[in-house]
Write a protein that binds this ligand. Structure first.
Ligand code: ADP
Length: 302
């Protein structure tokens, strides 16, 4: 079943196109990732999908409801985890969930029935009466995720769910998201963490300058857009080494003091490196970050 469809989505600000003909389709039970560098148009796309920003053109439908016409009805079956935690600091953990549940029109009985499960999901059953300021960043994120589940949504939108979290907290968030996928929920997430996208997402679209420049499963994107092996060579001598030995690579990229050697067979490169004194290097399979950097470039986008 199709949970979300967007066709020809367009939005400009002050005559500058920000979203330029985006098509997206998401099936029930999928984890779909929208990737893109800063300013690519991810948040604007997300806001158009949720009916919070009116697009200049295009058709959107979520769970069968046309957006923005029936956005309110669609939102009753959607959960949203915004980029910034916007929990109410004056309330406790429990109160934050209760207030949000009321907003969705749940009565006291329904709230009481749902609360223990949500607290358990957030790993905050023992902190139900704690004030928000006393929670760690990871706890706040988990509470925001649990809060997005108060209406038992079919579809969850997450805008950069693990930005600012430490590795432990990120792994706990990923476990939570996997649990939700196992329960059959559909997830739409934006992220610029390629490892997150590779781990969680069934399918991805890469957005750059308002256009989708590549789409597919993580494995298909890697296979289609990049050589399968990479040797990273580090340090002061890396550039000089690269200039002398670049012919051993199918494609070479340089960023600062690191040379990236992309190839289908890394043996000749590794042999040459082993023979050289004091070269630091790492050989690894190509990943989504290599694809992302190849397609969107290495220049900063701030
Ligand atoms: P991303 O989420 O991928 O970083 P955004 O959708 O936030 O990208 O922004 C895309 C571009 O649109 C940026 O150049 C941003 O400055 C511009 N933009 C976003 N929202 C507005 C707005 N409300 N008014 C004017 N420009 C905007």
């Amino acid at each position: 079943m199709r949970v979300l469809s967007a066709q020809g989505l367009r939005k400009s600000y002050g005559g500058t196109p920000v979203v330029s003909g985006v098509n997206l389709e998401i099936e029930a039970g999928e984890c779909f990732g929208l990737l893109g560098p800063n300013g690519a148009g991810k948040t604007t796309t997300l806001r158009c999908l949720l009916g919070l920003t009116e697009p200049d053109g295009g058709e959107v439908s979520i769970l069968g409801f046309p957006i923005p016409g029936s956005a309110r009805r669609a939102r009753a079956r959607i959960g949203v985890v915004p980029q910034m935690d916007n929990l109410d600091p004056d309330f406790t953990v429990r109160e934050n969930l209760v207030v949000y549940a009321r907003y969705f029109g749940l009565d006291q009985g329904a709230v009481d029935a749902r609360l223990p499960g949500l607290l358990e999901f957030a790993g905050l059953a023992h902190r139900a009466d704690a004030k928000i300021q006393t929670l760690s960043g990871g706890m706040k994120r988990r509470l925001t995720l649990a809060r997005a589940l108060v209406n038992d949504p079919d579809l969850l939108f997450l805008d950069e769910p693990t930005t600012g979290l430490d590795p432990q907290a990120r792994h706990v968030m990923w476990e939570g998201l996997r649990r939700l996928l196992n329960q059959g929920k559909t997830i739409f997430l934006t992220t610029h963490f390629m490892d997150e996208a590779e781990r969680l997402c069934d399918r991805l679209s890469i957005l750059d300058q308002g256009r989708i420049i590549a789409a597919g499963t993580p494995a298909a994107l890697i296979e289609r857009h990049i050589e399968p092996l990479v040797v990273e060579i580090y340090g002061e001598q890396a550039r000089t080494w690269g200039e002398a030995n670049g012919h051993l690579c199918e494609r070479m990229e340089t960023a600062g003091e690191t040379v990236f050697c992309y190839t289908h067979g890394d043996e000749a490169v590794l042999e040459r490196l082993r023979g050289a004194q004091g070269m630091r290097y790492l050989n690894r399979p190509a990943n989504l970050e290599d694809v992302f950097l190849r397609l969107t470039g290495r220049e900063l986008r701030d």
